[in-house]
Structure formats: C-alpha cells, structure tokens
Ligand binder design. Structure first.
Ligand code: SAM
Ligand code: SF4
Ligand code: SF4
Length: 351
C-alpha cells in the first residue's frame, strides 16, 4: 500500500493557477521517464550500434549521475506537479546496482511505477523489484528466433534467458508483462506472426514498435520502417483483430484485441501516425537534464540547481517553466532532413 509522504504534502501550491500543468499545446504533464544509467550490456543495432558505443565511448562518470536520493527528491517534486506514472529506463536500468532500493523510495509516492528492461537481468531481480513496489514491467524482445535475436542485440544474448526473465516477472505478480518488439524491415519483420502466436492467450501483451530515427547513430531510413497498419493487417489476416479503447488519454500504444478472445496486442506508430497531440511525457536523463521530447537536441540542466542548493519550490518552478514553454511535435513534422539531424541518443535520455 503506497502512502503519500509528509514531504510531498510540503511541496507548495503550483505556480500555475488552478488545474493541471499544461504546455503551449495544452498537453498535461502526466508521465515521467527516468533514465537511471546510460550504460547497457546489449548493443542493439537500432539503439547502440557497437561501432559507435565501443570501448572508447565516454559513458558518464559516477560523479555525474544522479544518486537515488536525488532522483527520489525530484520525483517527489514531479508528483507534486501532477505526474501519475514513473517509468525507470536507460540504457539498461538493471545494470545499475540496487535498483530495487530506488523503486522502494519511489513507491512511497502516490504514482504507478514501471520499468523497461531488456530482460537479461530480470530473472534474478524480478521478485526484489516487485517486493519493493514495482507495479509493472515492460520487456524488450525483438524476435523469438535465437539467431535473429542474437544478431539484433549484438551481444550474442539468447532468447531463452529473456523468456526466463518474463516468467520470473509473471511469477512475481508483475503480470501482465508488456513485451516490446521493434520491427525493422528485412531484419525481423518475418517474425511478427511467430511473436504474436507465441503470446496469444498468455495474458501478456506484445507491442510492435515502429523503428524510429532516435539519436543520430543508427543509420535510420524510412524504407526500414514497417508501418503499424501493415503489422495489424498481417496479424489480422491470420487471427482477426478489432480495435479497443485506450486505457487512458495519451496512451502511446494503440490497442487491438483478438476476436477469438485470445487477448490483445498493441502497436506504437511514432513514425506513421504521430501522437504528439497527446504526448504528456517528460524525460529525466541519467545526469539530471530534462528533455521534453524523445527527439530533442538538447535538455535543461536540473542537476546544477539540485546540487547548487535549490529548494523544492525552486525546482518545482523550474520544471513547471520548462513544461509550460514546451512546443515539441517532432513526429508530426519529421522529414528525411530532420531524421539526419543530430539528436540525443535514446540510450542516454531513456526510451
Ligand atoms: N534497455 C531497456 C530496453 O531495451 O528495454 C530500456 C531502454 S530502451 C532505449 C527502451 C525501448 O526503446 C526498448 O523497447 C527499445 O526496443 C526501444 N528502442 C530503442 N531504439 C529504438 C528505435 N530506434 N526505434 C524504436 N524503438 C527503439
Ligand atoms: Fe540497450 Fe535497450 Fe538500447 Fe538495446 S534498446 S541497446 S537493450 S538500451
Ligand atoms: Fe512526444 Fe516528441 Fe514523440 Fe511527439 S515526437 S510524441 S512530442 S516525444
């Protein structure tokens, strides 16, 4: 049972009068994604290509990354501003030591806490995460075919270990697990149907994600994108699907259910059907910068304030001002040119 801590109650009234905090396009601040590390034990070809993220890559030194205490303090301020859901991500969040301790600190807040992981270290941590107060988990798995998966994660990591992680999460009451598959044409799109078939009737929910032009190192091309409409059509031809309502306004995945009652799937269509109009997410990077869009070119340094002795009120005013100035809608205005622009890497600001 989560309790509202005394300090949350101490956060003063919002600097905006009456109602939720909105940006210049009238979007509410609802979700916060916190990157707890910029490191990862995988080198997924679409996210951290090995030739860029090699032994010489300058990952953040420990002194520059936010401590759990700093993260928890900021999270409390965000919750005071209306955030309802916090997702821990990275890099690979579970390569950072003692993540369950952070989850326990965040679980004192009146928010839903979720985590996105590549699943490699989940089997041994799932129970501790659930005990600490994690509500749900999303596991990335791009193919059930071992050779394809090993090639895509470029760390020779086997499918079986990720499946063990998903089972451990379910056993620890973190079900239904969401399973994210990034679909890249001619790389794993022939594994869409096997993926759907494997999880049909399991209670878990596969979400097919369009390959995105995040960062500037993955060599993204529009030709590599498999539109969600094609994914839905291909699955529906085999097992008929029908659309269902979102769980809440601004939900990223579009939901479809099997007409035969075998559960649901989701599709995330950031490229072909932009959902910027309802985008309510703020991102906090590992080193304490705020990003108002996944495709941002720069962030807003909060750590300087945090470590410079700012009060909760000052932090709150700064975060509110950043959100109130927000005008992002990258996916609505994406072109071949913008895709080539220098952008922050997803492994740095968190998926
Ligand atoms: N390491 C964790 C993982 O892989 O689940 C969390 C961080 S990862 C950046 C978060 C999500 O972003 C994953 O589901 C991953 O597949 C997805 N992702 C990374 N690069 C992507 C890209 N270029 N296009 C679409 N999704 C991407
Ligand atoms: Fe690591 Fe996740 Fe990026 Fe893959 S998608 S390289 S697992 S951060
Ligand atoms: Fe939100 Fe930016 Fe993605 Fe649009 S492009 S949905 S504003 S993160």
């Amino acid at each position: 049972m989560k309790v509202i801590p005394i300090q949350a109650a101490r956060v003063p009234a919002a600097p905006f009068a009456g109602g939720p905090l909105t940006d210049t396009r009238g979007r509410w601040l609802r979700d916060l994604r916190i990157s707890v590390t910029d490191r990862c034990n995988f080198r997924c070809v679409y996210c951290m290509p090995r030739e860029v993220f090699d032994a010489n890559h300058p990952f953040l030194p420990h002194s520059q990354i936010l401590s759990f205490e700093e993260i928890a303090r900021l999270a409390r301020v965000f919750v005071g501003l209306g955030v309802k859901k916090i997702r821990l991500t990275g890099g690979e969040p579970l390569v950072r030591k003692q993540v369950p301790r952070l989850v326990a600190m965040l679980a004192e807040l009146p928010v839903e806490i979720t985590l996105t992981t590549n699943g490699s270290l989940l089997a041994r941590q799932a129970q501790a995460l659930a005990d600490a107060g994690l509500d749900r988990v999303t596991v990335s798995l791009d193919s059930l075919d071992d050779a394809t998966f090993r090639a895509m994660n470029d760390a020779d990591y086997p499918v079986a270990k990720v499946l063990e992680g998903i089972e451990a999460a379910a056993a620890a009451s973190l079900a239904p697990v969401k399973i994210n598959m990034v679909v890249k044409r001619a790389t794993n799109d022939h594994h869409i149907l096997p993926m759907a078939e494997h999880w049909r009737g399991s209670g878990h929910i596969v979400r097919f994600i369009e390959y995105m032009d995040v960062g500037s190192t993955n060599g993204w091309r529009m030709d590599d994108v498999v539109p969600s409409s094609e994914v839905v059509r291909r699955i529906s031809e085999r097992w008929p699907l029908e659309p269902i309502d979102p769980n809440y306004p601004g939900e990223v995945a579009e939901r479809w259910r099997y007409r035969d009652g075998a559960g649901e799937i989701g599709v995330i269509s950031s490229v072909t059907q932009a959902f910027c109009a309802s985008c309510n997410r703020m991102r906090l990077s590992t080193e304490g910068s705020l990003f108002t869009c996944l495709f941002a070119q720069s962030g807003h340094d909060l750590k300087r304030l945090l470590r410079g002795g700012a009060s909760d009120e000052e932090l709150r005013a700064e975060i509110a001002a950043v959100w109130q100035r927000r005008d992002d809608r990258y996916s609505e205005i994406r072109t071949a040119e913008t895709a080539k622009q220098r952008k922050i890497e997803m492994s740095y600001i968190g998926g």
